[in-house]
Design a protein around this ligand. Structure first.
Ligand SMILES: *[C@@H]1O[C@H](CO)[C@@H](O)[C@H](O)[C@H]1NC(C)=O
Ligand SMILES: *[C@@H]1O[C@H](CO)[C@@H](O)[C@H](O)[C@H]1NC(C)=O
Ligand SMILES: *[C@@H]1O[C@H](CO)[C@@H](O)[C@H](O)[C@H]1NC(C)=O
Ligand SMILES: *[C@@H]1O[C@H](CO)[C@@H](O)[C@H](O)[C@H]1NC(C)=O
Ligand SMILES: *[C@@H]1O[C@H](CO)[C@@H](O)[C@H](O)[C@H]1NC(C)=O
Ligand SMILES: *[C@@H]1O[C@H](CO)[C@@H](O)[C@H](O)[C@H]1NC(C)=O
Ligand SMILES: CC(=O)N[C@H]1CO[C@H](CO)[C@@H](O)[C@@H]1O
Ligand SMILES: CC(=O)N[C@H]1CO[C@H](CO)[C@@H](O)[C@@H]1O
Length: 508
């Protein structure tokens, strides 16, 4: 599947090169399984909890302070190119339910297209600069609130929509005039570099070409051409990837930044390639006219033997996570961080600036914390110290949280359903819970289940509780990994388990 895709794109790119001289030519592609969805950003917020949740792919070392050395030393990557120990991340896409809660949309991970600016080299054909090992770059801007079609940065971001009629349209914003069956936020990275700095906070170590076209062109004076990265994050929009009851309406998709329009979309690349890899590969595989279809470093990198024997499908995060839910298994009342809903086309003023105190912390990932992705299936943080997010626009109602010893830290938070941590969900356990609820006259939709579930705050409104009455002391969660096998047709169980049964199937 992947090689078919690659083959197809190479052909398409060669065609493009002949017809439209202004576009860069493809060198190689990469497909990434998701690694983790969490509120960390080692480029923009090193060592700290970052401002919004990221959909992260690549090296297993990803954490709050990851650097080139940590990437190179990491065990594996979720890329299908073993040499690439980089991390890449974008804001996660969420669905806003009509009741105001949010669910993360299960994504396909990322795809990268490495292109070489063959058609407009500034320093002579094939003479590309090699970026430093600790090169870092952020493409796009989280603060952008305008769109100017003459501006390369604004043109770098787009949303590809495939609708039910099969039409395949690209807009600079998230479409609101039709339902997309597939939506793909995507971005071109700058392909000009100042030749000196590995990173500058203001982004001036890199630049887009000067003519407004982010996909190829002349660099500003003093900047050198570097390989061009185009990054896609694909979401298939259906109940399976969002939650039962999903229904499209204009404005229902919201980036983790709180933005329903999309101008704030951006992406980060923390370099983890072996020194000079991309330019060396170009030199080895470009025959002066086209890129060879067989290219030794790429062919070799597709082999899992070079990824410590791990297929990109079973490379698991060994880095860090933030102790909160990203809404992947249960809907959350607000987006993690201080990210109330806003529309980036209305201008900066629509972005509210609540006073906000960060409560969440950076935690080393482990089997206890869960919260990582494996084979395209992602779970939320489930450590004992989970924080209920209340920083957003929908006030104090938390529909559900998951974790062992779940506590609602915020005063007045309404918790209507809690599931306890501890794995091995089986249909019999879930049924037992639902059956116990039925016999005790409790409403399954307000079921508080689990061992040692406590509601410490007196203001917390727990509408009903079922503690310790199930036949096992460790009532499931086994979140996303619970499969359709647990669908025993018991409607009571469905209510409790609908989110955790979401299939996290990575598909191409
Ligand atoms: C749009 O961008 C171009 C090129 O950067 C600039 O010259 C022009 O002033 C911008 N237009 C507006 C309305 O900002
Ligand atoms: C997680 O969040 C809680 C609540 O704010 C905090 O007190 C705790 O220290 C955090 N856990 C870790 C391991 O940092
Ligand atoms: C849950 O709470 C009990 C009682 O406070 C405590 O003994 C136990 O260690 C806690 N479990 C976890 C996983 O934190
Ligand atoms: C909002 O609706 C979703 C989908 O039905 C549900 O999962 C979530 O718990 C609801 N939130 C509240 C606060 O009721
Ligand atoms: C909870 O909120 C109420 C009213 O807003 C306040 O009176 C009370 O002191 C708060 N309790 C805590 C523990 O913060
Ligand atoms: C909770 O509040 C009620 C009335 O508001 C009070 O009677 C009760 O003692 C409180 N419980 C605790 C544990 O503080
Ligand atoms: C994943 C997990 O935390 N599993 C635990 C479930 O509970 C049993 C018994 O308490 C533990 O042994 C498991 O480690
Ligand atoms: C999983 C867990 O924390 N179980 C505890 C529940 O509470 C009983 C009694 O308080 C403990 O003995 C269990 O270890």
């Amino acid at each position: 599947m992947i090689s078919t895709k690659t083959g197809f794109i190479i052909l398409a790119a060669l065609g493009t090169g002949k017809l439209a001289a202004a576009y860069d030519d493809l060198l190689f592609t990469e497909d990434f399984f998701p690694l983790i969805n969490t509120r960390l950003d080692p480029i923009v917020s090193p060592g700290a909890v970052s401002s919004h949740v990221h959909h992260v792919a690549g090296s297993s070392a990803f954490g709050a302070s990851t650097d080139f050395a940590a990437l190179q030393a990491s065990e594996c990557t979720t890329a299908n190119l073993a040499q690439d120990k980089s991390n890449y991340w974008v804001p996660l896409l969420h669905y806003k339910w009509k009741n105001g809660s949010y669910s993360a949309i299960t994504g396909d991970g990322l795809s990268a297209y490495w292109k070489m600016p063959l058609t407009n080299p500034t320093d002579g054909a094939g003479n590309f600069a090699v970026v430093p090992d600790d090169f870092r770059v952020v493409a796009g801007s989280v603060n952008r609130v305008t769109y100017n079609s003459s501006n390369a940065l604004d043109n770098a971001v787009s949303f590809q929509c495939i609708d039910a009629k099969g039409s395949y349209d690209k807009t600079p914003y998230i479409p609101t005039d039709r339902e997309c069956l597939t939506i793909r936020p995507q971005i071109n990275f700058p392909e000009c570099w100042d030749g000196v700095n590995a990173y500058k906070q203001d982004g001036s170590h890199v630049s887009y070409p000067i003519d407004g076209n982010p996909e190829g062109g002349k660099c500003p004076a003093g900047y050198h051409k570097i390989p061009h990265l185009f990054l896609e994050s694909t979401y298939h929009i259906k109940a399976e990837n969002i939650g039962e009851g999903y229904e499209w309406y204009p404005g229902c998709f919201v980036l983790a930044t709180g933005d329903s329009h999309g101008y704030s979309f951006h992406a980060d690349w923390l370099n983890g390639f072996p020194s000079g890899f991309i330019v060396d590969t170009f030199k080895q595989c470009y025959d002066g006219n086209t890129i060879s279809k067989t290219c030794a470093p790429i062919d070799q990198g597709r082999n899992e033997a070079y990824n410590n024997g791990k297929d990109s499908n079973n490379c698991k995060s060994a880095g860090e996570i933030v102790n909160e839910s990203a809404g992947q298994q249960m809907a959350i009342a607000s987006l993690p961080g201080n990210n109330p809903l806003y529309d980036s086309s209305v201008g900066a003023s629509s972005r509210s600036s609540n006073s906000y105190t960060e409560k969440a912390k950076v935690v080393q990932i482990s089997e206890t914390t869960q919260g990582y992705c494996l084979g395209g299936k992602c779970t939320d943080y489930a450590g004992s110290d989970i924080v209920v997010s209340t920083g957003g626009d929908s006030g104090s109602s938390v529909s559900s949280v998951a974790g062992s010893n779940v506590t609602s830290s915020s005063n007045g938070t309404e918790v209507t359903s809690v599931t306890a941590q501890n794995e091995t969900a089986t249909s019999s356990v879930i049924s037992a819970t639902a059956a116990a609820a039925a016999t005790s006259g409790l409403s399954t939709s307000n079921l508080l289940s689990g061992s040692n579930v406590t509601s410490p705050s007196n203001e917390t409104d727990v509408t009903s509780a079922l503690v310790g009455t199930a036949t096992t002391s460790s009532i499931d969660v086994a979140p996303a990994t619970a499969t359709a096998a647990s669908d025993d047709g018991d409607d009571g169980a469905e209510l409790v388990c609908e989110r955790r049964k979401k299939k996290r199937v990575f598909q191409w």
